[in-house]
Design a protein around this ligand. Structure first.
Ligand SMILES: NC(=O)c1ccc[n+]([C@@H]2O[C@H](COP(=O)([O-])OP(=O)(O)OC[C@H]3O[C@@H](n4cnc5c(N)ncnc54)[C@H](O)[C@@H]3O)[C@@H](O)[C@H]2O)c1
Length: 273
């Protein structure tokens, strides 16, 4: 066991922790000594992830959560505050991609689905946790944005807009909560081959008429550091932003992307399926 752990006795909630980046973030926070609640829509999968982390000697809890449901979000944070006395850390990793599609072909449903999880869901959890952190005058929030939120890629307008708005929300909250010693930052990942990105690669390859392996290699070559990201690359940055050594950092967007600043994809004359 790590001797000088940086998040000893902290209470953390990670949304979207059943898999992908959220799961690795939960692992790293717990490795640093935090008690981490894995909150996800996929409750069975979240239980599986929690079991895996527990078997590694980490101390975690699990909770079913739909971040788009504000009453559910409020209940969760209130119950954690009652049971544990505090909420020190919130990580918003719950998120959705969208079907790769020309914006003029994008359906209301797809637009609403992406905005409601990525943006409104993040607002719900930041509001609920922010209130409790403000009261205790202590806390750290990290929102998962995306390089697409800084430099939009073609064919994923709802996703780009949701992540640009998450950056704006992060910076607004950082200003409002700074007097209460609550820090709010974002991490902007480049491509990491999670379930989320597998789906994007499949759709982009199909749209461009190239093989999926070719698409994956094309992305790899576009990354200045020459490789796809690993969940641990993102989790390391998120964990750092929660620790005392980041205590003078707020309102920042930390890009973790191997140097990639945006995805360039030449739009073709295509329609949604
Ligand atoms: N993987 C990448 O390359 C990449 C790049 C940039 C940004 N991101 C962002 O990082 C975050 C995590 O991505 P990932 O790759 O781990 O994705 P993922 O699809 O592997 O995991 C997302 C998790 O969010 C959960 N979720 C979805 N809707 C939810 C809801 N309404 N309530 C609660 N949980 C919900 C899912 O069940 C899933 O467990 C997302 O916000 C994503 O936009 C990912």
């Amino acid at each position: 066991m790590n001797e000088a752990r940086n998040l000893e006795a902290k209470i953390a909630v990670v949304t979207g922790a059943a898999q992908g980046l959220g799961k690795e973030i939960a692992r790293q926070l717990a490795t640093e000594g935090a008690y981490v609640i894995l909150a996800d829509l996929q409750i069975e999968k979240a239980r599986g992830a929690a079991g895996e982390l527990t078997s590694e000697g980490l101390v975690v809890g699990v909770h079913g959560l739909d971040v788009t449901n504000s009453a559910q979000v409020d209940d969760l944070f209130d119950s954690i505050a009652k049971e544990r006395g505090a909420i020190d850390i919130l990580i918003n990793s719950a998120g959705l991609g969208q079907d790769v599609c020309h914006t003029v072909e994008l359906s209301n449903d797809d637009w609403d689905r992406v905005i409601s999880v990525n943006l409104t869901g993040t607002f719900h959890t930041c509001r609920a946790a922010g209130r409790l952190m403000r009261e205790r005058e202590s806390g750290a929030i990290v929102n998962l944005a995306s390089i697409n939120g800084q430099n939009p890629a073609a064919l994923v307008a709802a996703y780009n807009a949701s992540k640009a708005a998450v950056i704006s929300l992060t910076k607004t909250l950082a200003l409002e909560l700074a007097p209460y010693n609550v820090r709010v930052n974002a991490v902007s990942p480049g491509p990491v081959y999670t379930d989320f990105n597998k789906k994007v690669m499949t759709q982009r390859a199909k749209g461009l008429g190239v093989a999926e392996e070719g698409m994956i290699e094309r992305v790899r070559k576009a990354v200045p550091l020459g490789r796809w990201g690993e969940p641990g690359d993102i989790a390391g940055a998120v964990t750092f932003l929660c620790e005392e050594r980041a205590s003078w950092i707020t309102g920042e967007v930390l890009t973790v992307s191997g140097g990639l600043t945006g995805v360039s994809a030449a739009p073709t004359k295509q329609k949604c399926d």
